[in-house]
Design a protein around this ligand. Structure first.
Ligand code: SF4
Length: 153
């Protein structure tokens, strides 16, 4: 079992946007902006109300660290997220891959792209391993190592 699976942070969406913002010492506006910029996918109730889990809060802390300490801007983070080799995780068929913008381009993370007639069309990105595995600063390197070792076998 790897380090990612061992983390015991709750994925249950339980904080409203104002509670999440208060816990993170940021504004509701900032949280909405991260979502708009594609860095975050909150849980949405049928009423469209957003809820956040402890795992989401971890993701946002990681984003804040990269923005404030590593001095990488939002555009830079989005580019980094667009480099995630999602095809290696989702194992989409080669035929679909060749025409998928997530495989051929690097402007946006795969969850910001429209997917038609491929394996991602009906998936919920928030629950996808591609989105969730890269949500915590510690787990990113582990996930990349896992993928690199996996692809060299
Ligand atoms: S389901 Fe969403 S997050 Fe997962 S690989 Fe497809 S587009 Fe990306």
């Amino acid at each position: 079992m790897n380090k990612i699976e061992l983390t015991n942070v709750s994925s249950i969406p339980s904080y409203t946007i104002s509670n999440a913002a208060r816990l993170l010492h940021i504004s509701v506006h900032t949280l909405r902006m991260y979502e708009r910029e594609g860095l975050l996918i909150p849980f949405k109730k049928e009423s469209n109300q957003r809820l956040y889990s402890d795992k989401d809060l971890e993701r946002i802390r990681c984003i804040r660290k990269v923005l404030n300490e590593d001095k990488i801007g939002i555009e830079g983070i989005r580019k980094l997220l667009s480099l995630i080799p999602c095809w290696g995780i989702v194992k989409c068929p080669a035929k679909e891959r060749k025409v998928c913008k997530a495989y051929t381009g690097y402007s946006k993370p795969c969850w910001m792209l429209k997917h038609k007639n491929n394996v991602c069309e009906s998936k919920n990105c928030r629950d996808c391993d591609v989105y969730s595995s890269f949500g915590n600063c510690e787990s990113i390197k582990d996930k990349l190592k896992e993928l690199i070792v996996g692809s060299s076998k």
